[in-house]
Design a binder for this molecule. Structure first.
Ligand SMILES: [Zn+2]
Length: 118
């Protein structure tokens, strides 16, 4: 009984950074499988690092991919959101205002639409 409890506690402590990293990486547009694997040797250190990293471009389509998927979003005078139809698009630099790598999201519904210069 004691061995089983110890094993469960060990598994919980060892695997929880993996689960946390997967969850956090998905929300920060970073590779969730890679971060879950990094959670095993580096435990919560990798979770803390991931927490302070800026959002990445993993899983975010490029503008070309976005327009291929949503051809009606090309309006002639700009791009519109496929989720709500708003033409108010916010462009944020990944690490700051001057970063060339941009993530474009809808000002109305907040959905991340596409990335440019990644
Ligand atoms: Zn929208």
């Amino acid at each position: 009984m004691g061995v089983l409890v110890n094993l469960l506690v060990w598994a919980l402590i060892t695997l929880s950074p993996c689960v946390i990293n997967y969850w956090l990486a998905e929300r920060k547009s970073r590779n969730p499988v890679l971060w879950a694997i990094l959670g095993f040797p580096f435990t919560f250190l990798s979770s803390i690092l991931l927490l302070f990293l800026p959002p990445g471009g993993y899983g975010v389509p490029t503008l070309e991919e976005y327009l291929q998927k949503h051809p009606n979003c090309e309006t002639g005078s700009g791009i519109k959101c496929a989720n709500c139809g708003s033409k108010s698009i916010r462009s944020l630099g990944v690490t700051g205002a001057n970063d060339a790598r941009r993530r474009h999201s809808c000002n109305h519904c907040g959905v991340v639409l596409y990335k440019t210069r990644f």
